[in-house]
Structures are given as C-alpha cells and as structure tokens.
Design a protein around this ligand. Structure first.
Ligand SMILES: *Cc1c(COP(=O)(O)O)cnc(C)c1O
Length: 412
C-alpha cells in the first residue's frame, strides 16, 4: 500500500484522506468469513466510518448497517438499503442480488420527531431504556406489522474489560444500557408473546473497544449470569462493536467458537456490529509541511490539525503512525508535528526521520479511515480534508472536496 500510495500522494491537494478500497475489501472478506462460519450477522457501525460511496460495496459483504440515530440511519437507507431492496438508491444504483440488507438503529434517547422518522426506515430499533420503550408504545403499535421487524433493549453487563475512562460503557454510573438491577425481569418474562403487539425481542450490549475475543468471552459470561433468565423471550442478541477482528493476531477461531456455542445453547441469532474492523488500516491522511520552527527542538507545522481532522489523537489520546517515520530519537532528525489551529495543544506527536524535513514535504498518517472523517470539524475555520479513494486498479478518485461554502453552511 505504501509504494502504491507514494505516487498518488504527489497528485493530491492536501490535506486529503485516501481510502484504500483493496484493504476495505480484505477486511470485508475476513468479516464475511466470520459471519459464514459462525452463523452470525455482521453490520457496519457507521459511526466509525460513513464513507457512503463505499456502501454498495460494503453491502455485498455484510448483512447491513447500524446507526447511532436518525441521520446515520437515513444515510444507510439512501445509500445502501434502497439499492439492495431493488429501489434506486441515492447513488442511482440498484443491486439485484436477491439479498436484503438490514437497517438497525440504537440511540441513547430518541426525540419524538426522530423516533417517528426512524420507524419509517429501520428494521431493528434498539432502546437504551424501558422508559423510552414505554413512551413510544402508541407509535410502536401503530407501526405493528409494517416495516419494523424487531425491537431490542440495550443492557449494561457491568463487566469492564478495559482501562475505563470515556470509552467504558460499564463504568460506574454509566448511562448506557439497563443494568440487571434495573431490568424488570418479572414483568418482562411474564409478557405473553403476541402477534399483534410488538415485544422486545432482542438484547444489545456494547462494552468493548479495540479488543480481542477473550474480552468478549468474559463479557458474555457476565451477560449470561445476569440476563439469561429472560433469553427464552428473545430472538436475537447483539454483541455490539469493539471487536478488532481484522487486526493481525486477533483470535478469529475463538470468536467463531464463542458465537457458535452461544447460538446453539440459546437458539438466538447473534449480531456483531463492528465499526473499526471494517476500515482498520484502510486509509491515510496526507498532509503537507507548511513551516518548520524552533522551540526546544524542531516543530513542523502541517496543513492539518489534531483537533479538527484527527480528534481521537487528543481524545483517546494516541500517537498516529506516519509513513517512513520513527519514534522520537529512533532516527536522526526529530520533529514535533503541530496543527494549524490556535489550540496550544493541537499537537499530533513526535516523529523522527532519516533525512531533514523540508517545507512542502508531504507527511502521511496511517489508519485514518476510522473515527476521522466522521468526527471532523471546522474549528478556526480550518478547511476539511478532501476525501479520495484509491480503487483496486490503483487509480485515485476524489470523492469530495471542501471549501469556504462548507464552513459557511454549518453556521448561522
Ligand atoms: C461505537 C459503537 C460500535 C462500533 O464500535 P467499534 O469500536 O468501532 O467497533 C458499535 N455499536 C455501538 C452501540 C457503538 O456505540
């Protein structure tokens, strides 16, 4: 990928994300294989990657999408589900595969307006609380036997498998999902299954972040221990995202075993909804050195920004990899990379090179397809990076370019 991209880099106006279609396909093949072998369904979690131009491709390999709310659900509806349902999607394409993709949605809380709209376009709707489920009963009953296939509720297994902080939905006091203590088991298990009135038929949990199958295994033990008393009322369980399935070294065989065992034991359809795994290592952000200044070492100012174009660098935080660069001190020429905003902490990290950097040199950050474009902002009026895709034949297609009009359109 590096060599193939080196030539392209010269051709693009920076900053620019370049999505690697071949790598997306490789990731999708791995995921499709897991779904086939395990008998589970796998959805794209759009919040990590919403490059909708690739949705028709993604829909060929996966079972559908999941959304964090109305806008993502609409995007999936327009750019993936319509075309797999034989209608002309927004792309003007129709895919006649006989395959129907599913449009799932989970929201921490739906507004009245949002819920009405989601009802029209989603097949699977998951609530974060029983209070929302009850509040929307009139609308749910009105929709009965129309497009919505099934409803679910998000649970909190209260089993943290990661360091905590802002990425742990099982942290004490979490607002994400119903805990066992607050789950109305008695009422839930007594409810008669009725054809006329929709019931909760699925459980959803999402507690992992960039983790391997062992973390899922221990989480599942907590889920079974605390919630299996209601499994006989269900049709499906969604294991959420955070499964780093396409990362080299991920224990895929163990994942398949875990899912097979669970489905056999409880006769429930398992869903996975990874985001990262779909576009992991499948894109770069190409930038250009605008200036080199001195203060306790060399600082290279790039035409990009941590806070605008790669906010996870500051939020997680982490240091993204750069092609041909080492860690500080590893190679002779060291630079701190800084962005163009006024934020003092708009620092991307420290890097070293074999040769000195010059103004005008390009700097390529790797693994920038996920949680980047979807999180961009125009703080300081900084322009958004263009979005391009390198097709499987090596050619580069610019999907989107941005300018002042995009900045203007977001403000009032
Ligand atoms: C974030 C999220 C995902 C995707 O997580 P990844 O870490 O990108 O795999 C899936 N489901 C829910 C509910 C999420 O919040």
């Amino acid at each position: 990928m590096q060599d193939r991209q080196n030539n392209l880099v010269q051709a693009v106006k920076t900053p620019c994300y370049i999505i690697d279609e071949q790598k997306i396909i490789s990731n999708l093949q791995i995921l499709q294989n897991v779904a086939k072998k395990a008998g589970c369904k796998i959805l794209l979690a759009q919040k990590a990657f919403s490059a909708f131009s690739l949705y028709p491709l993604i829909g060929e390999y996966l079972d559908g999408t999941t959304a964090s709310g109305l806008h993502e659900a609409k995007l999936a509806h327009d750019y993936m589900h319509k075309i797999f349902c034989g209608e002309n999607g927004k792309t003007g394409k129709t895919v006649k595969t006989g395959k129907k993709t599913e449009n799932h949605v989970f929201s921490v809380a739906y507004s009245d307006e949002e819920f009405s709209a989601v009802l029209e376009i989603c097949d699977y709707i998951t609530f974060n609380s029983f209070s929302q489920w009850e509040r929307f009963q009139p609308k749910i009953n009105e929709n009965a036997r129309k497009n919505v296939k099934s409803y679910g509720i998000r649970i909190n297994p209260e089993h943290s498998t990661q360091g905590g902080g802002i990425y742990d939905p099982c942290a004490v006091g979490s607002r994400l999902g119903v805990t066992a203590k607050n789950f109305p088991f008695e009422k839930f298990c007594k409810t008669e299954i009725s054809y006329k009135t929709p019931q909760i038929e699925g459980l959803h949990f999402h507690t992992l972040c960039q983790q391997d199958s062992d973390a899922l295994e221990s989480t599942l033990q907590a889920v079974e221990k605390n919630f299996s008393q209601c499994f006989s009322k269900l049709k499906w369980v969604n294991f959420g995202g955070g499964h780093h399935i396409t990362r080299p070294g991920y224990d895929i065989e163990n994942l398949i075993k875990i899912i097979q065992k669970f489905q056999k034991k409880y006769k429930l359809q398992v869903y996975l909804e990874p985001g990262e795994a779909i576009a992991l290592n499948a894109g770069t952000l190409v930038s250009t050195v605008l200036d080199i200044i001195e203060n306790n070492g060399k600082i290279a100012i790039l035409d990009t920004s941590a806070t605008c174009h790669m906010p996870d660098v500051l939020e997680m935080p982490y240091r993204p990899e750069v092609i041909n660069a080492g860690k500080k001190g590893e190679k002779p020429f060291c630079y701190t990379f800084g962005g163009v905003t006024c934020l003092a902490g708009d620092i991307i990290g420290e890097y070293s090179f074999d040769k000195p950097l010059k103004i005008g040199d390009s700097v390529t950050f790797t693994d920038m397809a996920i949680y980047s474009m979807v999180k961009n902002n125009t703080f300081n009026g900084v322009n958004l990076p263009s979005i391009a895709v390198q097709r499987t034949d090596g050619s580069l297609e610019i999907l989107r370019e941005f300018g002042y009009a995009d900045f203007l359109q977001r403000l009032g």
